[in-house]
Design a binder for this molecule. Structure first.
Ligand SMILES: O=C(O)C1=C[C@@H](OP(=O)(O)O)[C@@H](O)[C@H](O)C1
Ligand SMILES: C=C(OP(=O)(O)O)C(=O)O
Length: 426
């Protein structure tokens, strides 16, 4: 599918899409509970659908109700010997330790970019917890045979926080007087989201302020409950940037007290000089004179693509730290941003962990490619709003991984969006 964005003025209001990070965690917690859970404002993205499918293969009954999804579970009781996590990094890294709670032999697969993302962690860590684990040289498919025995363990958190999320979630239903110790944890706020979600489903973990030690006391059980998925700061970041560079928008259903790391976009917008009126659940951003800014995105790596779209519109050289966190996302995002924004005339330098975006030089009409990465497609679309002519995005259906409503949402905000062509098989 090709999407053409013609330079436009943004003006309007929209409700943020549901957070896939929150939704996938809620599906996992509902699976680990005994009884009926109800998920309100459920996500419709491919990653959320994959999580529901995994939960079903692990024994939960999923029923779509008018305004919520009901998940009826009796804990992890696989009804299939293969589970497919789609393209979700969080999905596979969170569900693999959960799968390991069963004594069945289960194959865990996925597709697209997930097949190239590193999973060595499991081969190193799960055997220490009495789980047999094989990978294809650190990649998919994985073969797992538990049951996992929760023990004191020390892990490395420098590649991704998602492995820790998976261990915490699995430990939540079985651990007794044990501690997970983590060295060099990155993307820390995502762990706050995990702990918040676990607490909502009745499981408490004692963590120190630095997130180095996670203590489990007496054995606990997840309790089936109701949960409402928050608006997604990661997706909304693109809308807020769109408004800051091309008009004005009100985005509803965003919680400024959320544990989501990507609410940090507000800081970047403020530093760039955007007009911003944060409420508790509605954020209003508007265009103003924008200047280059400095930002550390080490713990909120998904903000790089919207930050680059913002920086391209800022006068001067914006410096963003944390590039090394991008190598193993849906694409190697430092390089893909450099290539695709390069086609639109924006110079990006990559200097070790630092990205320098040369902004204010004018965004040029171009044909770009999503590189099968949802956040690259969305960043290019936002750049198109202030280009000197149309920006054509090839393979733009990549957005379905996290934010299928994205093109509809920016069109409702006034962007001129034309969609053509078939959805490519990937
Ligand atoms: O836990 C989560 O929901 C996520 C954690 C982050 O990954 P890392 O911990 O690998 O940075 C983020 O990039 C990803 O999109 C979602
Ligand atoms: C990297 C991402 O997701 P995941 O790691 O869950 O695939 C993302 O949404 O940008």
């Amino acid at each position: 599918m090709k999407v053409t964005i013609t330079p436009s003025v943004i003006n309007g209001h929209i409700t943020a899409n549901p957070s896939k990070s929150a939704m996938q965690r809620a599906v996992a917690a509902a699976l680990l509970s005994k009884g009926k859970s109800a998920i309100y404002n459920p996500g419709l993205s491919n990653d959320c659908k994959a999580a529901l499918d995994v939960a079903q293969k692990l024994g939960a009954t999923i029923t779509k109700k008018q305004d919520h999804i009901q998940i009826d579970s009796n804990g992890v009781q696989p009804v299939n010997s293969t589970v497919n996590c789609g393209e979700s990094g969080l999905g596979i890294r969170m569900f693999t330790p959960i799968v390991s709670l069963s004594s069945d032999t289960i194959t865990i697969t996925g597709h697209g970019s997930l097949t190239t993302r590193p999973m060595n962690f499991f081969e190193e860590v799960l055997p220490q917890l009495d789980v047999k684990c094989t990978t294809q040289s650190g990649k998919l498919p994985l073969q797992i045979q538990g049951p996992l025995h929760a023990k004191d363990i020390t892990i490395d958190g420098s590649l991704s926080s998602q492995f820790l999320t998976g261990l915490l979630m699995a430990y939540g239903s079985t651990a007794e007087n044990v501690t997970i110790t983590v060295n060099d944890l990155k993307s820390k706020p995502y762990i706050a989201l995990t702990l918040q979600l676990m607490a909502h489903f009745g499981v408490k973990v004692e963590a120190d302020a630095n997130f180095e030690h996670f203590k489990f006391g007496a054995k606990q059980q997840y309790k089936a409950t109701e949960y409402t998925v928050e608006g997604d700061w990661s997706g909304a970041a693109f809308l807020l940037v769109a408004a800051a560079v091309a008009g004005k928008a009100e985005v509803h259903h965003l919680n400024t007290h959320s544990a989501q790391s990507d609410k940090a976009i507000l800081q970047a917008l403020e530093d760039a000089g955007a007009q911003i009126l944060p409420g508790v659940f509605t954020i209003i951003t508007a265009k103003d004179t924008l200047k280059a800014f400095e930002f550390d995105a080490t713990d909120c790596p998904d903000l790089f693509p919207p930050l680059v779209a913002l920086a391209a519109n800022c006068e001067g050289v914006t410096v963003i730290k944390g590039v090394s966190r991008l190598a193993h996302k849906e694409s190697d995002r430092g390089l893909t941003l450099q290539d695709e924004f390069g086609k639109m005339g924006i110079r990006i330098d990559l200097e070790g962990d630092i990205m320098k975006v040369h902004g204010g030089t004018g965004i040029k009409a171009a044909t770009v490619h999503s590189r099968f990465d949802h956040r690259i497609a969305m960043a290019c679309a936002v750049a198109g709003l202030t280009a000197d002519g149309p920006v054509v995005i090839e393979e733009a259906e990549a957005i379905n991984k996290s934010y299928p409503e994205f093109f509809d949402h920016i069109a409702k905000l006034g962007a001129k969006v034309a969609v053509s062509g078939e959805v490519a098989a990937h």
